[in-house]
Design a protein around this ligand. Structure first.
Ligand code: UDX
Length: 463
């Protein structure tokens, strides 16, 4: 099928590359010319395992093209994905101006053939109908321009064009760091909309994925496809993220109680996770959730509820547990080192999770800010950030090039991100390089016995 993906952030680029990989003809549109140039050369502007490989193979088979020409993209696609960002405003609402601009642009370039317009961006509930309205505005604006320019016959074309598209909500559940894997191995596909024609086209688009043709385990039963109305599909995305974030805040709260009563939260998580009603995933206690989705989506859902006269209690509590949790490493440093002024603290990891270069809403940012405020010197080593340098706009932290340089002269280390390679560092050597070998394991990632043998005073979260 002919697909156009507008916006090449994490969601758009992964979606475009994966759809090209399974055989569709994809054009990815971005208004950033520099980025388009990079992608044309087969390079991914973001760090995402496996992404540049599938981009390069799709470029070589001619299945994917990159461009900044929205008109050409709209003309190409029978399915048009809107995958631009919806960043949070200071109020917690989503900033939908990029979605609006794209929807208007699509309207201005619709050519009369039938199109399915897909909301892939996480948009506020109710956005499906709103996008439809904006696309119609775009069409009307173009009509007006043509009429003003003397093209009177286009009057007749308006009703014909307006009948030629439908809007579908198709939320994305991929995780950064495993986005390509998640796209080929989804737990479900959600399609929201009331047009049978549009839903049928979306089902056709995803057939190879539903039939697990590109799955790691092709013998699994087909991927469930949930077809529902627009608002429910939009709500599913928010409810899923809010549930997962709440699940983590729950285990973090349990960890804080474990710390006080002398229980081990990793054992508790194992014990409750074996109950199939609870499940063992997203029960790792640590220094809180971050990233581009959970904080933004939970705030947006709280905000939507407020707009409709309902004050959320559980979701607000999940956020406030998380805010506190993100500073737990500081509390633990104070308990072990006492005064932090004049001390040097080394952070192992900076990104909000491993296998990504994403620093958006990363707990590390709160830790750095607070340590600076308390007069401590902060150093850090992160496998990706240390390579890509200061383009992350980090301040108040000296970024070292390896873990041993980081350890040198530190009074304590804090493991902020559970990068796999942190399992195998030479901790005995690092302990020797430190003034005080203290390890605050903010992700309960290291083996306490091994750390003690390496010469560290080990402090975990709730264990
Ligand atoms: C999340 C959702 O998982 C995904 O379905 C959605 O599409 C986008 O948001 P992502 O933000 O990439 O994905 O990362 P995820 O792996 O979910 O982790 C989010 C945050 O929770 C990270 O800061 C992570 O460290 C933290 N986390 C996760 C925990 O603290 N404990 C856990 O057990 C799991």
């Amino acid at each position: 099928m002919r697909v156009c993906v507008i916006g090449t952030g994490y969601v758009g680029l992964v979606t475009g590359a994966c759809l090209a990989h399974i055989g569709h003809d994809v054009v990815c549109i971005d208004n950033n010319e520099e980025k388009v140039k990079i992608m044309k050369s087969g390079q991914s502007p973001i760090f995402e395992p496996g992404l540049s490989d599938i981009m390069q193979s799709a470029i070589s088979t001619g299945k994917i093209e990159f461009s900044s020409d929205l008109a050409a993209g709209v003309a190409h696609g029978e399915i048009l994905f809107i995958a631009v960002g919806t960043p949070p405003l200071p109020t917690g609402e989503s900033d939908t101006r990029y979605v609006e601009a794209v929807a208007r642009g699509i309207g201005a370039h619709l050519d009369g053939g039938y199109k399915v317009i897909v909301n892939k961006s996480t948009v506020p509930i109710g956005s499906g109908d709103w996008v439809r309205m904006i696309v119609l505005d775009g069409i009307a604006e173009r009509q007006n321009t043509l009429i003003t320019a003397g093209g009177a016959p286009t009057y007749d074309k308006l009703p014909e064009i307006t009948a030629q598209f439908d809007v579908v909500s198709n939320p994305e559940f991929l995780r950064e760091g495993s986005a390509v894997y998640d796209t080929f191995n989804p737990d479900r596909i959600v399609l929201g909309g009331n047009s049978p024609r549009a839903i049928a086209m979306m089902k056709e688009l995803y057939t190879p994925i539903v039939e697990r043709k590109f799955a790691t385990d092709p013998s699994l039963p087909p991927v469930p496809v949930l077809v529902t109305d627009l608002s429910s599909a939009e709500m599913i995305k928010y409810a899923a993220n809010a549930f997962l974030a709440t699940k983590i805040s729950f285990i973090n709260e349990v960890a804080n109680i474990c710390d006080r009563v002398g229980a081990d939260v990793t054992q508790v998580a194992k014990g409750i996770g074996l109950d199939s009603r609870i499940g063992n995933k997203f029960l790792n206690a640590g220094i809180g959730w971050g990233g581009s989705c959970f904080p933004k989506d939970v705030s947006a859902l709280i905000h939507t509820a407020d707009d409709y006269g309902y004050e959320t209690q559980l979701l607000k509590a999940a956020v406030s547990v998380n805010e506190r949790q993100r500073l737990l490493a500081i509390e633990k440093l104070q308990q072990t080192l006492k005064i932090l002024k004049g001390k040097t603290v080394g952070l192992l990891g900076l990104t909000f999770k491993p296998d990504t270069d994403d620093m958006r809403d990363a707990p590390a940012l709160n830790v750095i800010e607070q340590l600076n405020r308390l007069g401590a010197r902060v150093k850090a080593y992160d496998p990706i950030v240390s390579q890509t340098g200061m383009r992350h706009g980090l301040s108040g932290v000296l970024v070292e090039t390896d873990a041993e340089r980081l350890a040198d002269g530190c009074d304590a280390l804090v493991l902020v991100t559970e990068w796999q390679q942190f399992k195998n560092l030479d901790y005995a050597k690092m302990a020797q390089l430190m003034s005080h070998p203290v390890m605050i394991d903010g992700r309960n990632f290291l083996d306490p016995e091994i750390m003690v043998r390496a010469g560290f005073q080990y402090v975990g979260i709730g264990r």
